[in-house]
Design a protein around this ligand. Structure first.
Ligand SMILES: [Zn+2]
Length: 83
């Protein structure tokens, strides 16, 4: 099966491990070293659906911080290999 970038149509990709930022409402989760394929032309990154589900599940398992601040955001960071 030939892969094709859905943004630019390029067919060349590079396997990478990148930091993924998951956004859920006003909360975020950074996950380090997530495997992806990056388009060589436009840089769009493609992740496996199963990996994203894993990240979403981890995000949902991390409790919301109880302390409220006006301009402070708390950003948990995970290592993909450990989730
Ligand atoms: Zn592309």
């Amino acid at each position: 099966m030939e892969k094709k970038c859905s943004f630019c149509g390029n067919k060349n990709f590079t396997q990478k491990k990148v930091q993924y930022l998951y956004k859920g409402g006003d909360r975020f989760l950074f996950v380090n070293d997530v495997p992806c394929e990056e388009c060589d032309f436009c840089g769009e990154q493609y992740f496996k659906a199963g990996d994203l589900k894993k990240i979403e599940k981890t995000f949902n398992n991390i409790g919301k911080a109880k302390k409220k601040a006006v301009k402070e955001i708390k950003v948990p960071v995970e290592e993909f290999a450990k989730i």
